[in-house]
Structure formats: C-alpha cells, structure tokens
Design a protein around this ligand. Structure first.
Ligand code: PGA
Length: 297
C-alpha cells in the first residue's frame, strides 16, 4: 500500500483514539475485523500497535528441569505474532537451554542485563554483541532491581542502550517510581528523568519498548489500578511526543509491569495505550499462557 489514498486514511485515523476505533470495530464479525485491522496496518496508521509480552524470570527457576517444564508448557500455546511479540528473559545460565527448548515456537529469548562495556577484560559481564551472536533478540535495560540493588545509574542505562542497539538487539527499557515518589506526586518527574537521556538515542522505534513498572507494584501483589496505569502511560506517551514528535509517540509501545497476571490482564489491557506487559512472578507458572492467549485474541 502506501499510496496517497492509504496515507490519507492513516492520517484521518490518527485523529481517532484507540477507544473510538475499538468502539467502531466492536460489532463487526471477527473475520472482517481482522481484515480491517490488517488493512489499517498496511495503510501505516490506525491499527493497534502490536503488543509485547515479556516474561522476566529474574533469578528463577532453581533447576534446569523446571526451565524445561515451563518451556514445554509455553511452546504449546499458539499465538499470532502480528498481534503479540512474546519474549522470555531467563538468567544468563539458562539462556541457551531455553532458546533450544523454545525451538520455532516464535517465543523469543532476551537477556535480563547486558554489559555497559564490550568485549575484553570485564569479568562477569555479558556483552550485547555476544548475546546477539547466540540468537538472543532482546535486552532488558533499567529494571528497578538493577537500579536499586546493583547501582545501575541513568548513565549506565544510556551506555547499555547504545551497546544493545549496536548489536541489533531489541530493547525493553524499564522505568517507574517508588511508593514514596508516587505519594509525593513525583511519578511523572521520575519517569521523565529516567527516559529523557535515552529517547533521543533510539535508532529504531520498532525495536524499543518502554516498560512502565511502578516499583511499589513489583513482586508485591499490589497491582496498579487500570486508571493509574492508563494515566501514567498516557503521560509517558505525551512526554515521548514532546521529545520525539507525534509519529514516534503513536508508534512506541508502552507496557505495564508490576504484579500483572492472567487474573488482572483484562482490566489493564482494555485500557487505552497499554501495549502489553512485563511479567515477573506470574511468568513462572504454566498459566502464563493465559496472558499470551489474551493478547493474541
Ligand atoms: P512482578 O515483576 O510481575 O513479579 O511484579 C515484574 C517485573 O519485575 O518485571
């Protein structure tokens, strides 16, 4: 496509909100709706952003046998990659075994933490280029546990982004406020401070995803309300627009993370502008497939 007519359709649709588009499409039979969404995508606008679902396994599970069992549960889940990209971030030691077990399921593998340096005398680090060489396709950068427990600074996240991009990796870039910061009315300020230095460096917006993860919701079972998640993500998108323009803001995928699970996905995913999830605890259970299934509907 890409003709004058389709560009016109796309620019007209960009004036519609996601909610307005969803309302228009809601009563159309499934098959026709899928065709409309595909046509909108081909026209370069309107259609929904492809969701991204990340499974952050952190330093889990304990054994390689458990990795195998989880992989076996996930590979059987059919999903449509044009609707959702799925990536698992295991520990470095489980990367290759998991990658092999996932085979051609379409589920990708990412590193939880890549080096801010390259090859050479850097004991204990995983350089981005080496991860890419193994067929790893994603890097998680800026997770709050890295920032809070291992002293990862904003400058470090910048260096890591540069390395990841240079190696061709897709990046899931996490940001988010602490409880104290939320209660002090500083949520947007914190997100802006963490994002500002990296936004101008992004070389390919189809390969850069923002994971908004309020620190107080991570691993606590205290999930943000759909209203809180929607509002903060809208503010992040407005900041991206201010810094990088409307086209980029329309395009960039922004996930929610923090105690999300198959039980609460519906309330969150139905909100405007939430383009997927970064999932910790719930991704260590076979029932995680429910989230894949939900996003591929
Ligand atoms: P959680 O972790 O889903 O267990 O809260 C999310 C994350 O840390 O990415």
């Amino acid at each position: 496509m890409g003709t004058g007519a389709s560009a016109g359709v796309a620019s007209g649709l960009s004036a519609c909100s996601d909610a307005e588009l969803q309302a228009c499409l809601k009563d159309i039979p499934r098959e026709q709706r899928d065709k409309v969404v595909e046509a909108l995508k081909a026209a370069g606008g309107g259609g929904k952003r492809t969701a991204v679902l990340g499974a952050n396994w952190k330093s889990n599970p304990k054994t390689s046998a458990e990795v195998k069992d989880l992989a076996a549960a996930f590979v059987n889940q059919k999903f449509d990659r044009s609707k959702v990209e799925v990536v698992i971030f295991p520990t470095g030691v489980h990367l290759m075994a998991l990658k092999q077990q996932l085979g051609d399921s379409g589920i990708e593998v990412g590193v939880q933490n890549i080096s801010k340096t390259g090859m050479g005398a850097f004991t204990g680090e995983i350089p981005a280029a080496m991860a890419a060489d193994l067929g790893v396709t994603w890097a998680l950068i800026g997770h709050s546990e890295r920032r809070a427990l291992y002293g990862e600074t904003i400058d470090d996240t910048v260096a890591k982004l540069k390395n990841a991009q240079e190696a061709g990796l897709k990046v899931m870039f996490a940001c988010g406020e602490s409880l104290e910061e939320r209660e002090g009315g500083k949520t947007d300020e914190v997100n802006k401070a963490q994002l500002e230095p990296v936004l101008g460096l992004v070389s390919d917006w189809s390969k850069f995803v923002i994971a908004y993860e309020p620190v107080w919701a991570i691993g606590t079972g205290k999930v943000a309300t759909p209203e809180q998640a929607e509002e903060t993500i809208a503010n992040i998108r407005a900041f991206v627009k201010e810094k990088c323009g409307g086209d980029v803001a329309d395009k960039v995928r922004i996930q929610y993370g923090g105690s999300s699970s198959p039980d609460n996905i519906e309330g969150l995913a139905s909100r405007n502008g939430i383009d997927g999830f970064l999932v910790g605890g719930a991704s260590l259970k076979p029932t995680f497939t429910g989230m894949i299934e939900y996003l591929t509907r």
